[in-house]
Design a binder for this molecule. Structure first.
Ligand code: F2R
Ligand code: MG
Ligand code: MG
Length: 302
């Protein structure tokens, strides 16, 4: 289990770093020669979620918002979209952490994938408590993403991580069963239809068709399903799952990060290729966070 926790966070960062080489492009023939292990906002915010959960022994919205702000101000060049920095400025001006994000996008809130790309630590800490997993996934979304589709994307991604952590990777994964459980979990018709589509496309060989039907964009509902699909059809190999996710094009760092989190949680850290792990920026710190999450989980369960 500890190896699965570490695999999840390291896998997410590796997927982000690999995908960042191609964000916004269609890459039919992937060439990872330029891989430096340098990750983006996806991992920066995932680290913030883990730091706050560990420091507070669970979720504290005010604390997590302050950690996001501190991390952002130290390294604003990580490739953040426009929404989160706007929220950070509002919170700094005195707005409550649970209110600021409601003002984005003319009061609709964001349905970007920013809440889902960072949620892996929630999937780990609450893997055995579906109700709590959902409520913490929503609450951590609320800091920056108030739109119900942004929040549901985070919950669906966290639940996929939880399923992967619990799965026995020494026997075959039934992809249809995995996707069926994810579909059962979601309360949103948009995600139910996309997850159903994932099952229908499991043997599809045309990647452009997959990207067109599932989406590969910055919206949570156009990227969370693509990440879950990438894992489901490539459950046997971390390398294949993340390579496939990135090869769908579009928001490649984020689809790579989310597929990497699920696949890393399934396989454990030993099964992530050495050449990808060794170059990973702040690898030891990310491993340490995963181990501390594991310790926290063990104390909570004990
Ligand atoms: N932002 C990027 N990549 C491009 C910029 C790179 C940067 N300039 C650089 O190279 O340095 N990647 C990262 O952003 C994505 C996560 O975004 P997040 O955190 O969800 O942000 P935001 O602004 O809330 O939403 C993103 C876009 O989604 C659309 N959108 C969201 N809600 C909407 C709504 N209610 N109505 C209409 N549109 C909505 C908007 O286009 C937002 O800009 C990840 O890819 C991460 O890697
Ligand atoms: Mg990014
Ligand atoms: Mg991205």
């Amino acid at each position: 289990m500890k190896s699965k926790f570490v695999g999840c966070l390291v896998g997410s960062a590796v997927g982000d770093a690999l995908g960042s080489l191609f964000e916004g492009f269609w890459a039919s023939d992937l060439e990872f020669a330029g891989y430096s292990g340098r990750w983006t906002d996806d991992t920066h915010m995932m680290i913030g979620v883990a730091e706050s959960l560990i420091s507070c022994g669970g979720f504290d919205g005010s604390h997590m918002a302050q950690i996001f702000i501190k991390n952002y101000e130290e390294e604003p060049w990580r490739g953040y979209a426009s929404g989160p920095p706007q929220v950070f400025r509002m919170i700094k001006r005195g707005l409550a952490w649970s209110e600021a994000s409601k003002r984005l996008f003319n009061g609709l809130g964001s349905y970007g994938n920013g809440a889902a790309m960072r949620v892996a630590p929630v999937g780990l800490l609450y893997y055995d408590n579906e109700e709590r997993l959902r409520s913490v996934a929503y609450a951590q979304s609320q800091i920056t993403h108030a739109h119900e589709l942004g929040m549901e994307g985070a919950a669906v991604q966290a639940y996929s991580v939880a399923l992967a952590v619990k799965a026995d990777s020494s026997s075959e994964l039934d992809s249809y069963e995995f996707l069926g459980k994810v579909k059962e979990f979601t309360i949103s018709e948009v995600y139910r239809q996309k997850i159903e589509k994932c099952s229908e496309l499991l043997s599809e060989t045309n990647k452009r068709k997959v990207a067109r039907e599932l989406g590969n964009g910055v919206e949570a509902y156009n990227s969370v399903p693509a990440a879950i699909y990438s894992f489901s059809r490539n459950w046997h190999s971390f390398k294949d799952a993340v390579t496939y996710a990135v090869s769908l094009g579009g928001d490649t760092d984020t689809i790579g990060a989310m597929a990497g989190a699920i696949s890393g949680a399934y396989h454990g850290v030993e099964n992530i290729p050495e050449e990808w792990k060794n170059k990973l920026e702040k690898k030891h710190y990310i491993e340490k966070l995963a181990e501390e999450l594991w310790n926290l989980k063990s104390r909570k369960s004990g």
